[in-house]
Design a protein around this ligand. Structure first.
Ligand code: NDP
Length: 391
């Protein structure tokens, strides 16, 4: 007859206690539960202990930094904040109290970070027109730099940033967070596996800009913004579609789509309709706009066998996939938690900096995108002429 006590023993208990002990137990009373320990489970490297993580200084405590980046350090495993750089000391100290950061710099004494051993990486979250200067100064101070998108105002600035990273032996990344976003990474795999040959790609990104709102105001000033809607929001369609397709364009064309007489757009374009011609023969078309409502972030990839849409495609926390196969009902789903992209990007850069290997989205990628957008502007200035690009 089967012994019920022996059956109730776990496999681990049987293995550690030995068969003889189990038989002895089966003859007497059931063993009391007792603490006994376990072998090491999982990866002991993750998360790193705080003292081992890469230490970050955040430069510019504005909407995006305060709303998205600072909180995301709480989810990071290999990165922690040690310093804030800000033109507003009171704000920096207040945030410092919330996040346990006690090293503060202003823009006037920024170069002193060179002698601060508690900073390994610097995250530039300033208006675009300041990216090149503050990136280069941080690289020359011996720090690794992750710079927000778009990389800089001009391709010449991007080239100088890359040269500074090389000269100082430091990593330079551009913060294209979508490359770390679970739904976009899943979509990239499905596009490769399930769509057949890609035939058409389209991307639409835009919102209605408010010149009274400080974070929007500088976006309308060329010196601080570098360019208009294409620099700020259209770049998501450009960079993400190139990530999905894994090829770079050979030429581009574009037309401005800025409402005539709109006083907001005296310095930068309000909208741009653009097209990339790819070596594979397909074209990618997109729109960027500062004058549409509601906010839109949408991409579609059409292949010979199926199509995949994302809407929203590149938001902070709510991206969705719609897969359309021949003769099947559409599959609509989210493949992961979009909000995970922020910590994944931080930790990805920390590991690249620590190991001396290029970040997934390096400075060269930022330069490529600015070169393409510059060619788009040249095309739009020439009423849509095709402009060759070499990236
Ligand atoms: P904000 O205007 O909200 O913040 C910019 C911050 O830069 C300011 O709060 C200020 O910080 C500092 N700053 C220094 N000099 C100036 C100046 N002359 N004018 C204005 N601000 C100045 O902008 P965002 O946070 O929206 O954008 C910052 C960067 O982040 C941009 O490069 C933008 O493209 C990028 N971004 C990226 C996103 C993404 O999803 N990857 C989303 C949104 C923005 P302080 O007071 O501390 O000195």
């Amino acid at each position: 007859m089967t012994d019920p006590i022996r059956l109730s023993l776990s496999r681990r208990h049987l293995m550690s206690a030995g068969a003889g002990a189990a038989i002895a137990l089966s003859a007497g009373r059931a063993a009391a539960q007792q603490a006994e320990g376990q072998p090491l489970m999982g990866d002991p490297e993750l998360p790193m202990r705080p003292g081992e993580r890469m230490r970050w200084a955040i430069v510019g405590l504005g909407t995006y930094a305060v709303g998205q980046l600072l909180p995301s350090f709480g989810d990071a495993h290999r990165s922690r904040m040690t310093a804030f750089v800000s033109g507003n000391r009171d704000k920096a100290e207040r945030l410092g109290r919330s996040y346990g950061v006690d090293r503060f710099y202003g823009y006037d004494n920024y170069d002193r970070i060179a002698s601060d051993d508690e900073i390994d990486c610097v995250y530039i979250v300033l208006p675009v027109g300041l990216h090149a200067e503050y990136t280069i100064r941080a690289l020359e101070a011996g720090k690794h730099v992750l710079c927000e998108k778009p990389m800089a105002s001009t391709s010449a600035e991007c080239e100088r940033m890359i040269a500074a990273a090389r000269a100082n032996g430091r990593q330079l990344g551009v913060a294209y967070r979508v490359h770390f976003e679970p739904n976009n990474l899943h979509a990239r795999q499905r596009i490769a596996d399930d769509l057949g040959v890609i035939r058409h790609v389209s991307a639409e990104h835009g919102f209605d800009i408010n010149p009274e709102f400080p974070p929007h105001k500088w976006r309308l000033e060329r010196a601080l913004a570098g360019g208009g809607s294409m620099y700020d929001i259209g770049i998501y369609g450009l960079n993400t579609s190139l990530m999905m397709l894994k090829e770079d364009p050979v030429s581009v064309s574009a037309l401005y789509s800025t409402p005539a007489g709109d006083p907001r757009f005296s310095e930068v374009e309000g909208g741009l309709d653009w097209q990339l011609r790819m070596p594979s023969g397909i074209s990618v078309s997109g729109t960027s706009s500062y004058c549409i409502a509601p906010y839109v972030s949408r991409q579609r990839y059409s292949g010979s066998k199926a199509a995949l849409e994302m809407q929203p495609a590149t938001t902070y926390d709510d991206n969705r996939i719609r897969f359309l196969g021949e003769g099947q009902p559409p599959q609509e789903y989210a493949a992961g938690n979009a909000a995970a992209q922020f910590a994944a990007q931080l930790d990805g850069f920390s590991m690249a900096a620590r190991s001396g290997t290029a970040h997934r989205t390096p400075g060269e990628m930022g330069l490529r995108d600015i070169r393409i957008i510059e060619a788009m502007y040249r095309s739009a200035d020439a009423d849509g002429a095709a402009i060759p690009v070499s990236v």
